[in-house]
Design a protein around this ligand. Sequence first.
Ligand code: ADP
Length: 256
Amino acid sequence: MKWKRIVVKVGTSTVCHKNGAPDLRRLEKLCRTLTDLKNMGLEIILVTSGAIGVGTNKMHLSQRPESIAKRQAAAAIGQCELMRVYDRFFMDYGCLSGQILLTKGITEDTKGRENVIATLGALLEMEAIPIVNENDSVATEEIVYGDNDTLSAVVAQFANADVLILLSDIDGLYDKDPSIDPSAKLISVVKNPEDVIHMASDSNTKLGTGGMVTKISAAKIARTQGIPTVLANGKDPGILYDIILEDEIPGTLFEV
Ligand code: ADP
């Protein structure tokens, strides 16, 4: 096996339908695949977006609320719902899962960081899958990761992971944004994230945040700890088998 400890991040566009409702068919397959991989002896940490999207839908709003308080309320409502879905699907396959909500301050808080690292370790030892998200109801505008790409790279560092896998709504990194220029070409291997940052543009999805810039910068953070990053399409979570078990990686590999 190429890697043992794996951080998988799923974006809003993978977790939610366009209207924010959780994509149950996809989440079901994600939980089944992750449990199966865990049962093969791998250690899996899931970083999930989607709370604000799911909350927005549950509050019957057509798009993310403008005000911070309402957005945080949407996150609070959506986080419960999202965890209910994850817990239920994981339990269907006999897999324990546990929620860890982090705020950006954690990187400067030595004791807090040690606690998170210990909790992650204890959950993995119990063969549970930690499910991590940003604590949106606590985070304020000034101290916020704001996107789970960066958060997932920090989690990969904390967990001393062997690889960070970012699942998005696109097959990988292209030499330009394919939604703007359809002639864009997929890049399979990136030697240094610095060389490709100019190829990215920010997220334009209604529910998500981030975009390609934050994915490349996550790869950069992971690389500083010697952790490679894979960017691939999460529309079929079965792609994780190919990424982890096969030699040829479908998507973009950011080497270390
Ligand atoms: P997620 O919700 O999965 O985090 P995002 O919407 O944040 O997804 O980011 C993925 C989007 O980034 C793609 O759908 C694409 O439109 C955009 N993008 C911008 N530049 C690029 C690029 N160079 N290669 C691939 N995708 C890009």
